[in-house]
Ligand binder design. Structure first.
Ligand code: HAM
Length: 521
């Protein structure tokens, strides 16, 4: 087949957004911006400042905070080695020499970790490589054309595999993950920037993309967006828990979110939770046969998660299990009672839900979740709770912490379902111009109108007036500004109101004045 013919048959690949990711487009993005702007405003009134942490962090940060055995860490993270690109991916017989040289350079440049363990690993690989190189030099001529057999082959292969084995022991760089959430990053930043020496508590909020490799469905994506806030340091006064919750509720209220339902719970602390978990495990073992495979597995790994089960057949069994509220230690019970009281003082309506356990390990005491309407099975639009001790677990000083994250994709979906989304925003003015002189005037008019804050469409090439008006209509413009030879020479511009077809003439100055007046009507 000729080259031309084969090229013809090769269809270019059609690229699509990767499964679980999507493009956010106008007019939806206008709603995203409104939501984010409202968050900046509302959170600002509660004294929160914005933090923008990086999108990837050491995998270990998430494993330690969220918990190695959680679904998020054990199954859902996008993880890769942040290593230099000049190292062959997989060292083998043919590139081991190149690997050997590159490792040396990378270590020099600090491109691979300069730890004692790594320097040792590199020394061992170097020694093994030298032996392998020596062996290669002793190979008889024509060795590579023959099968690798005989004594030479044995010694050669042994040394080669040993060098490759040791090359694989070298750490090429940090193992990093795309962030599945941001609480861990905020705690890392709190420690890194010594924020414990600022006036406490430190109140931070963030918004941005998070990544979890979950099964995509309505309201569940692999790249999704969160708006979250964290209060770090200071005391664990129940009023802090209540104020954080009040802030989310105020935000949702400001946006007009419908069917908002706040569920709260306390999951105890290091003192009382382990005893409750053991009791729960013992009770679950008694009914193990009647549970599904997931719950059966969780009896061992994390009995609390059984309470999360949505399986119809398990609901009757779960209803009879011991409840954590009856097993809180005195301090936790008092804290929980005070949080409820504080919520009442703020007029925040809540429902107690003893089955509300969250899927991340760092929580203690107060946990909460908020659902909204129009979301189907993925109806949690916000989740949060207290996590005293997390900063310490990450190497910082003992620090109290509480926060939440809102699923922005779900928030937007719910607002759209309940008709709270803005409709497509049309242009204010479409400038229909004809002729070179009119073009120059049109450019000036567009500049002035835009400066005054109007949205203007200025066609790049001349169009017949009929076509231009049709185009203005399609774009949903409110007005067409008609500029032809007559208008330019008379200094009187024609403004057509597209809704009713009426027309009027204005001088340049009067036009701006007129449009401004119309805007304020
Ligand atoms: P989370 O419950 O894992 O908590 O996530 C919070 C919210 O993010 C969920 O309620 C949901 O609205 C949204 N979300 C989670 N996964 C997805 C997904 N795959 N697609 C769409 N939306 C999703 C946390 O992330 C904690 N860091 C919250 C927190 C902050 N706790 C204390 N401080």
């Amino acid at each position: 087949m000729s080259e031309g013919a084969s090229k013809k048959e090769e269809k270019p690949r059609k690229f699509q957004a990767i499964r679980g990711t999507r493009d956010l487009l106008p007019p939806d993005t206008a709603l995203w911006n409104r939501v984010e702007q409202t968050a900046h405003e509302v959170f600002g009134t509660f004294g929160f400042g914005e933090i923008r942490p990086p999108i990837f962090e050491p995998t270990e940060l998430f494993a330690r905070s969220i918990g190695q055995d959680t679904d998020v860490v054990s199954k859902e993270m996008y993880t890769f080695t942040d290593g230099p690109s000049n190292l062959p991916e997989q060292p083998d017989e043919f590139n081991i020499g190149q690997f050997f040289e590159a490792v040396g350079e990378d270590l020099e440049k600090g491109e691979i970790p300069k730890t004692a363990a790594n320097e040792r690993a590199i020394q061992r690989m170097k020694a093994a490589f030298a032996e392998f190189a020596e062996e290669s030099r002793r190979l008889p001529l024509g060795f590579f054309q023959e099968q690798h057999e005989g004594d030479f082959a044995k010694a050669y292969n042994e040394k080669m595999y040993r060098a490759i084995y040791l090359a694989n022991k070298i750490s090429r760089g940090e193992v990093v993950s795309l962030r599945p959430e941001a609480t861990a990053s905020v705690c890392r930043a709190y420690i890194e920037h010594g924020m414990n020496s600022l006036p406490q508590p430190v109140k931070l909020y963030y918004m941005g993309p998070m990544f979890r490799r979950e099964r995509p469905q309505k309201g569940r994506y692999r790249q999704f967006y969160q708006i979250g806030a964290e209060v770090l340091g200071g005391s664990d006064a129940p009023a802090i828990d209540a104020e954080v919750i009040e802030m989310v509720m105020t935000f949702f209220d400001r946006l007009g979110l419908q069917g908002v339902q706040l569920d709260i719970n306390s999951i105890g602390d290091r003192n009382c939770r382990p005893k409750y978990v053991e009791l729960l495990r013992a009770e679950l073992l008694k009914v193990k046969d009647r549970l599904g495979p997931d719950s059966q597995r969780r009896i061992e790994t994390n009995p609390l998660r059984v309470l999360d089960s949505k399986l119809e057949s398990e609901q009757g069994i779960i209803a009879k299990l011991p409840r954590i509220a009856d097993h809180l230690c005195e301090e936790c019970a008092a804290h929980y009672a005070a949080v409820k009281h504080q919520l009442e003082m703020r007029g925040v309506i809540y429902r107690e839900n003893w089955r509300l356990v969250r899927g991340l390990d760092y929580y203690m005491r107060t946990t909460f979740e908020i659902t909204a309407q129009g979301l189907g099975s993925q109806n949690a639009v916000c989740g949060g709770g207290r996590y005293d001790g997390l900063v310490e677990l990450l190497g910082g000083p003992p620090t109290k912490g509480i926060g939440f994250a809102i699923g922005e994709d779900r928030l937007i979906l719910s607002l759209q379902e309940s008709g709270k989304a803005p409709t497509q925003q049309g242009r204010d003015v479409y400038i229909a111009w004809m002729g070179e002189r009119a073009h120059a005037t049109a450019i000036r008019a567009a500049k002035d109108l835009r400066k005054a804050g109007f949205s203007v469409e200025l066609p790049p090439v001349e169009q017949k007036f009929g076509k231009a008006l049709g185009q203005a209509d399609k774009l949903g413009a409110k007005y067409a500004l008609i500029l032809g030879d007559n208008e330019v020479s008379e200094g009187l511009w024609t403004l057509k109101t597209l809704a009713d077809g009426s027309q009027a003439k204005f001088t340049e100055l009067d036009l701006l004045e007129h449009l401004r007046k119309q805007e304020t009507l």
